[in-house]
Design a protein around this ligand. Structure first.
Ligand SMILES: [Zn+2]
Length: 679
């Protein structure tokens, strides 16, 4: 090998410089894999042996800790390529020459440049001349082999992992609230307080429908939420923190709490270049690598989980646009300020239009129109909606008055009990810890002063914490008790009975009525399609859906009765419009708006109802216009007018302004007329 190596090195190689490229992929390798680094530097001796002088050898080692997978960010390698392509390098040395020659495109390109500039390559195995076919073949083969090796290794490792994951047996870190049992099965955390906290979180979300509301509820009750420490010296320790928004969202989105085993919920893709080298894409449940519902115990069912996801998604669309409620203003629109567009999720505005001195609300979503110049999203007449909501409120509050109030109260009481249980557990925990500290102190040898003092201080601390917690518990309990006095119970019951009376009181201002709506309703979502779908969300979280038919346009809604139209149709055959007006009014008919008839109303009704006009009817009956008549009689048109005035021919007209239409004459009659004229 050595003699062969010497054969490949020619004087023209020795005239140029030798480059030694030293690199480690990660800083950890740089720190720990010193052997490899030493091996890389020792290649320098090989160059000396082959005939290069010490000052001719350049070491490029500024790429330490840079991955070899891409040229990006590797200044040293770029310098190396430049030197080779400028024909200044006689030989390039590196440990990874043959290994990377095939599967790393950067190295492969370097090889091609080496072949063009007749530069030699050297690694631990020997010297290669890329311009020689045999050496190129060898480099290629070695590269392929190392690629295969890598592939097989990865396939074995990852394949085993995936198989295990598909069977649902690939364990891993469990989220707080779940724990491995004795036989390795996943169970709810044996700590009752942890369990209760999770149950309370899910129940609160179910009740309020909002992650932020859960955070608020925990803060209001002064409850903490558990977390297990990951890594470090305290790994596995239970820590109690304030509940924050992103934690609630994380818990709600984690399928493990629904008892589902899943693996591969996101995909990581390596980007070609750039500062961010990889992206993480979240996948939908169908795309998850492994998904086994009901694989282990959970806090909620899978159906409940899916429902929660839907709820979260709906909330998310609502955050995109302005969503805050506006205060109730004057004007009769009942749900002004709490209407949400069912199409885009933004808040809908109210516009009033006046008809005969009365205000009618229209609910409209024009955010997209006013902000981006798009088409107006929705425009829904509000009269029917307001009426329906008013009915719904009366129906919900009145007949069920007592039951509703009692149910609400029961619900509130059970919730208070739940919270109380959680608080009691906190006190219990403090008690146990104090007891433990006491026992430790008792067991210590009194002569061991230092340790005993420390343990005593510890015990005192624990006792102080316990007292603080007990006080806090008593204070909260007292506050809870104050929430429901007998007087307040009576008030709730009274309100349910009073509500319809107050609601229907005409002296109550619109603004007050709207305030009442807001006390009962959270918001109302409107969606106009084939019909108007009204989703009413009550304060307690209950949802009611109403379906209303589309409101008819005013002219249609105020349409004249069909029998009147039928009568007009009949009269039109014989009478002019003036006559019809007189006949209808005389008979006591009224228009849809309740008015007496006039010419324009009759004309409009005919047009809207698609009735044939009087003129059309006369023409159909064969009556002729003046010009047609004049042509037929072969007389000037003026003569026709005169003859009609003299009643020698008969004319009809549709109204007093319209042109006459003439009854056609038989041959004899024409001859008779002409004879009279010539006389
Ligand atoms: Zn909209």
């Amino acid at each position: 090998m050595n003699s062969e190596a010497h054969q490949k090195v020619c004087p023209e190689h020795l005239q140029r410089r030798a480059f030694l490229y030293v690199r480690q992929s990660t800083m950890r390798q740089v720190r720990e894999n010193i052997e490899s680094t030493q091996r890389q530097y020792s290649l320098r001796d090989r160059a000396l042996a082959l005939g290069w002088a010490a000052d001719q050898i350049t070491i490029i080692d500024c790429d330490q800790g840079q991955s070899g997978s891409s040229i990006a960010g590797r200044k040293g390698f770029q310098k190396l390529v430049t030197e080779v392509s400028m024909n200044r390098a006689g030989i390039v040395m590196g440990l990874e020459v043959s290994r990377l020659a095939r599967n790393c495109s950067d190295w492969h390109r370097l090889l091609e440049i080496c072949a063009l500039t007749q530069t030699l390559l050297l690694d631990e195995e020997g010297v290669y001349d890329p311009s020689h076919f045999n050496d190129r073949l060898l480099l290629g083969l070695k590269g392929t082999m190392s690629e295969v090796e890598l592939h097989v290794m990865r396939a074995r490792l990852r394949g085993g992992l995936l198989q295990k994951a598909r069977r649902g047996e690939l364990g891993g870190r469990l989220p707080c609230g779940l724990a491995y049992g004795v036989n390795g099965q996943v169970e709810l955390d044996p700590d009752q307080q942890v369990q209760q906290s999770f149950r309370y979180l899910f129940a609160t979300f179910r009740r309020t429908g909002s992650a932020l509301a859960v955070v608020k509820a925990f803060a209001l009750e002064g409850l903490k939420f558990p977390r297990r420490v990951w890594g470090g010296t305290d790994a596995g320790e239970l820590v109690w923190d304030e509940l924050v928004y992103h934690r609630v969202k994380w818990v709600l989105k984690c399928p493990r709490y629904a008892g589902a085993y899943c693996f591969g919920r996101s995909r990581i893709r390596v980007l070609p270049t750039g500062v961010i080298t990889r992206t993480k894409t979240k996948l939908s449940p169908e795309q998850w690598l492994s998904f086994i519902p009901n694989a282990h115990a959970g806090y909620i069912s899978w159906e409940q989980y899916q429902e929660n996801q839907k709820r979260l998604e709906e909330n998310a669309t609502q955050y995109r646009c302005q969503r805050q409620r506006t205060p109730p203003r004057e004007g009769p629109a009942l749900i002004q300020g709490i209407v949400i567009c069912g199409k885009c999720g933004s808040r809908m505005r109210v516009q009033y239009h006046q008809r005969r001195g009365q205000l009618y609300p229209d609910y409209m979503c024009s955010l997209a129109a006013s902000r981006y110049g798009h088409k107006r999203c929705q425009h829904i007449p509000g009269r029917d909606i307001d009426r329906a909501i008013s009915e719904l409120l009366l129906e919900t509050v009145k007949p069920l008055s007592l039951e509703v109030a009692m149910a609400v109260q029961r619900d509130l009481e059970t919730r208070l009990e739940e919270v109380d249980g959680l608080r009691r557990q906190t006190v219990q925990r403090a008690q146990e810890e104090a007891e433990l500290a006491r026992r430790r102190y008792m067991q210590v040898d009194p002569d061991n002063r230092l340790v005993a003092d420390q343990l005593e201080a510890d015990w005192n601390n624990k006792l102080r914490t316990l007292r603080r917690m007990q006080e806090e518990y008593e204070r909260q309990k007292e506050a809870d008790r104050q929430i429901f006095t007998a007087e307040q119970r009576q008030k709730i019951l009274g309100l349910a009975e009073e509500f319809p009376k107050v609601w229907n009181d005409p002296d109550i201002a619109d603004r007050e009525r709207k305030r009442m709506v807001r006390l009962l309703l959270e918001d109302v979502t409107l969606h106009k399609g084939d019909k108007v779908i009204v989703q009413v969300r009550f304060k307690g979280g209950a949802l009611r859906t109403l379906e209303l038919p589309l409101a008819l346009p005013f002219c249609v809604a105020a349409r004249t009765k069909p029998e009147v139209i039928e009568e007009i149709n009949r009269l039109l055959d014989e009478h002019t419009y003036e006559e019809i007006v007189e006949i209808l009014n005389a008979r006591g008919f009224r228009s849809g708006e309740g008015r007496t008839f006039n010419l324009s109303i009759v004309a409009r009704l005919c047009k809207q109802s698609g009735l044939k006009s009087r003129r059309e009817r006369l023409r159909e009956a064969g009556l002729l216009t003046r010009i047609e008549m004049a042509r037929k009689l072969k007389v000037p048109p003026m003569t026709i007018i005169n003859w009609r005035r003299e009643d020698r021919i008969i004319g009809h007209r549709s109204n007093y302004k319209a042109e006459f239409l003439y009854e056609p004459l038989s041959g004899d009659a024409i001859a008779k007329l002409k004879k009279q004229e010539t006389k």
